[in-house]
Design a protein around this ligand. Structure first.
Ligand SMILES: Nc1nc2c(ncn2[C@@H]2O[C@H](COP(=O)(O)OP(=O)(O)OP(=O)(O)O)[C@@H](O)[C@H]2O)c(=O)[nH]1
Ligand SMILES: [Mg+2]
Length: 425
């Protein structure tokens, strides 16, 4: 059989291990990220050290070793496990004759290739420019003048550098302005959601854990309108970059708003987290987070820790949370199964999805009571309020008033006390 697929660039991955117990895990992630960026990992190396070498990241001996290993394996790119300084990258490129990419650059490239919507594209572009700005260097941007050598060119070089800085600075403000416009449209939608008292649930977690599959499972099990609301699922890192928000109508009238958003990974570049703040807003506004974890992955514990760290970074660390251990079908364990606030399940199994929905509604509607109310016919305001802020299960217009049965949030119960005729257990 002839394989017509384009050949992937061969990459060699390497890092300095400063006695970090998570080092092996970071290197595994680095390999996954490299593959996600359409390259083939052909070899790897590490250097145990007390410090990073300021000018070259590795020591000279290690660099020569990597150079000859990479040559033997026909690697064209050297991918490094940390964010490097521009000087380190340049020196390593000179010494190894390979293209050198650091971890941040790698993640930025993946995000850039995945971005589909205007907002995601702008957010990635902003993160890239912010990464580049402090990295501008006269020798990189001024090759023509530098080549001549000599002091007389220095002034001109600096002017060019200033010009580049100013250009990038201008681009950054222009993108920020555009993002603000997009974000304000999103904010209008979000503020409408926040005003209505329908509880908000956000799926969060490590990339590729199964958040989008979980959302689709819930949509399929509880949506009666069809499948056009399904979101994109793929076995790859960062399949989702944009937030999707859907209403999930549970059978017993306990609906909630569900959002699915970008997944996390260790050492997410700070600029990227900053630029994706608008996208991650849904998670911050949520009443409940569902932390989706791939329970079949041997690095599950580190993944949970990574998620917690990013949640803290975006100020969502204190929102109530359910931990949802997904992909149980690959673990050989019995599922679905609830343990306290946790569930072991499979997002592709309907019974699991119904159990997850049950756990979610129990948590978000805790303290809610179902009340029988009698509202005066003359007072449409209270009924309108109920429709906006509570779940109305039944309403009947009779001679003595409107008979309503509704699930009411604890904070609104006092308001309706005088209309209550019974509380359903
Ligand atoms: N075997 C098995 N595979 C699953 C299950 N849930 C999800 N997957 C697969 O895992 C892969 C990732 O699923 P997604 O739903 O795209 O994951 P995600 O968390 O949204 O990932 P990102 O958007 O990339 O952050 C896909 O290939 C899914 O088919 C499950 O319960 N069992
Ligand atoms: Mg997804």
């Amino acid at each position: 059989m002839i394989d017509n697929r384009p050949k992937k660039t061969k990459a060699f991955i390497a890092g300095v291990n400063l006695n970090d117990p998570n080092f092996d895990y970071y290197m595994t992630e680095l390999a996954d990220l490299t593959e996600a960026n359409n390259m083939e990992v052909v070899g790897r190396a590490e250097q145990k050290a007390e410090n990073i070498v300021a000018g070259t990241y590795f020591g000279v001996g290690k660099i020569n070793q990597i150079k000859s290993m990479a040559q033997g394996l026909k690697a064209k790119v050297l991918v490094l496990n940390d964010e490097l300084s521009p000087v380190q990258i340049r020196n390593l490129e000179k010494m190894t004759k390979l293209r050198v990419i650091d971890r941040t650059e790698l993640i930025l490239e993946i995000f850039a290739s995945r971005a589909r919507t205007k907002q995601a594209k702008l957010q990635v572009a902003l993160a890239r420019l912010q990464y580049e700005l402090p990295r501008l260097h006269p020798s990189e941007n001024n090759l023509d003048q530098q080549r001549g050598g000599g002091m007389s060119n220095r002034g001109a070089g600096e002017t060019k550098l200033e010009l580049n800085r100013r250009t990038i600075g201008k681009q950054i403000s222009a993108i920020k302005k555009e993002l603000k416009a997009v974000a304000s449209q999103e904010e209008i939608k979000a503020s409408r959601r926040n005003q209505s008292r329908i509880p908000k649930v956000a799926l969060v977690g490590y990339t590729n854990a199964g958040k989008s599959t979980t959302m689709n499972g819930l949509l399929k099990a509880f949506d009666h309108e069809g499948s056009d609301k399904q979101v994109f699922v793929k076995n790859m890192l960062f399949a989702t970059l944009d937030t999707s928000v859907r209403k999930i109508d549970i059978d017993n009238n306990k609906g909630f708003i569900l959002s699915d958003t970008v997944g996390f990974i260790s050492k997410l570049p700070h600029n990227l987290v900053e630029s994706f703040k608008a996208t991650l807003q849904e998670a911050r506004d949520a009443d409940l987070l569902v932390n989706v974890v791939d329970s079949s992955d041997p690095n599950m514990i580190q993944m949970v820790r990574t998620t917690q760290k990013v949640l803290n970074e975006i100020s969502a660390g204190n929102i109530p949370m359910i931990t949802a251990y997904n992909k149980a079908d690959r673990t050989g364990r019995n599922y679905p199964q609830i343990e306290g606030d946790d569930i072991l399940y499979s997002a592709t199994d309907e019974k699991s999805i119904r159990m997850l929905a049950d756990l979610i509604t129990k948590r978000i509607f805790a303290g809610y009571g179902e009340f029988e109310l009698l509202l005066p016919l003359s007072d449409g305001k209270e009924l309108a309020f109920l429709h906006e802020h509570a779940q109305v299960n039944k309403e009947e217009f009779k001679d003595d008033g409107v008979h309503v049965s509704a699930n009411i949030a604890p904070s609104d119960q006092a308001r309706f006390k005088k209309f209550m005729i019974a509380e359903n257990a």
